[in-house]
Write a new protein. Structure first.
Ligand code: ADP
Ligand code: MG
Length: 321
């Protein structure tokens, strides 16, 4: 490496993200020292992105920086927690300054948007791998969980699921690209974690999960954790115009089975629906009702002519039409 590890940390990581008064000690010592607000519990999440597995080889560096933080922001959003501090473990094949500049720019822009400070990390040599640990906090006893949903609760999703998976398929040349596909690629490269929505949902939602593996798979995880099942209406799925342009069947498959959306899938009890709609108007906050939780386990997807049959192999690999 041309740069020493010390120089690299000084140049790229010492002042990355938002400055925060609750960071007593950040990058530079053996550990960071952080103040957690009184009455709050710490929320902690970690996610690793491996080149060739979680993003294509040669993917733009600013996207990798953005996504490494976004996937963790999305996990904290799903808990209704407020993000605060990040640690970055970076394994690099070489210390290329241009790559590092773009990577940290992507990371830092999203970190500043959500007031997250980079307070420490680790830098090693090897195949490109990015691990971000994100810490945040949530008032004790108020965090959202996967296990809180009940039969009869309304099921919602934020954003327009399926876009990111279609964008990845386009990036990888696995899909013919009719017309404008830039929007779909952007949804993969720069997902929008729903941090503010997650925090606001603490008052209304009974259960919540973020959509990383695919809407149906993740909704089913929420249902299973809650000891119930779900029924979803295909016609109610919020599909973006660029996704629809790929064809109705493909759009549905991406929306139900595609991963990498980083949207929130959440449930709200019937008696709180009116308050939810008044406080967080769906059009303004960008979420849509897609179904209802039910007592019978499993997932049912209703089409215009009755229940759709889903692939026998499960939902996880339903994404690559
Ligand atoms: P140590 O040997 O004690 O682990 P390092 O030399 O690895 O310390 O790191 C020195 C300081 O730089 C530590 O505060 C560490 O948290 C920080 N650091 C190292 N790599 C990164 C990185 N990729 N991002 C943010 N901080 C980093
Ligand atoms: Mg040390």
């Amino acid at each position: 490496m041309a740069l020493s590890e010390f120089e690299l940390i000084e140049r790229y990581f010492r002042r990355c993200g938002a400055p925060r008064a609750d960071v007593r000690l950040g990058v530079g010592d053996d550990a960071a020292l952080l103040d957690c607000p009184p009455g709050a519990v710490l929320a902690a999440a970690v996610d690793t992105l491996v080149e060739g597995v979680h993003f294509p080889r040669g993917c733009r560096a600013d996207s990798i920086g953005h996504r490494a933080l976004a996937v963790n922001l999305s996990d904290l959003a799903a808990m209704g927690a407020r993000p605060a501090w990040a640690l970055l473990a970076l394994t690099l094949p070489s210390a290329e300054e241009r790559w590092l500049g773009e990577f940290t720019a992507g990371f830092a822009a999203l970190a500043r948007t959500h007031q997250v400070a980079l307070v420490g990390g680790d830098t090693t040599h090897g195949p490109l791998t990015v691990t971000v640990t994100l810490l945040g906090h949530v008032p004790a006893g108020t965090a959202l969980r996967r296990s809180g949903a009940a039969a009869g609760d309304a099921l919602f999703v934020s954003g327009t699921p399926g876009d990111a998976a279609a964008g990845l398929a386009l990036e990888q040349g696995r899909l013919p690209a009719p017309g404008k596909t830039e929007y779909l690629r952007e949804r993969f490269l720069f997902p929008t974690p729903r941090v503010t929505l997650g925090e606001r949902l603490r008052e209304y939602a009974s259960g919540c999960i973020d959509v990383s593996d695919g809407l149906l798979a993740d909704a089913l995880k929420l249902a299973e954790a809650s000891g119930c099942g779900l029924e979803l209406s295909a016609a109610s799925l919020p599909l973006s115009q660029p996704l629809r342009a790929l064809g109705a069947e493909r759009a549905l498959q991406f929306a139900l089975g595609g991963g990498d959306d980083y949207e929130l899938c959440f449930t709200v009890p019937a008696q709180r629906l009116e308050r939810l709609r008044a406080a967080l108007p769906p059009g303004q906050w960008g979420y849509t009702r897609i179904g209802t939780m039910r007592a019978e386990p499993g997932a049912r997807v209703m089409g215009e002519e009755g229940e759709l049959s889903l692939p026998a192999g499960g939902y996880d690999h339903f994404s690559n039409p």
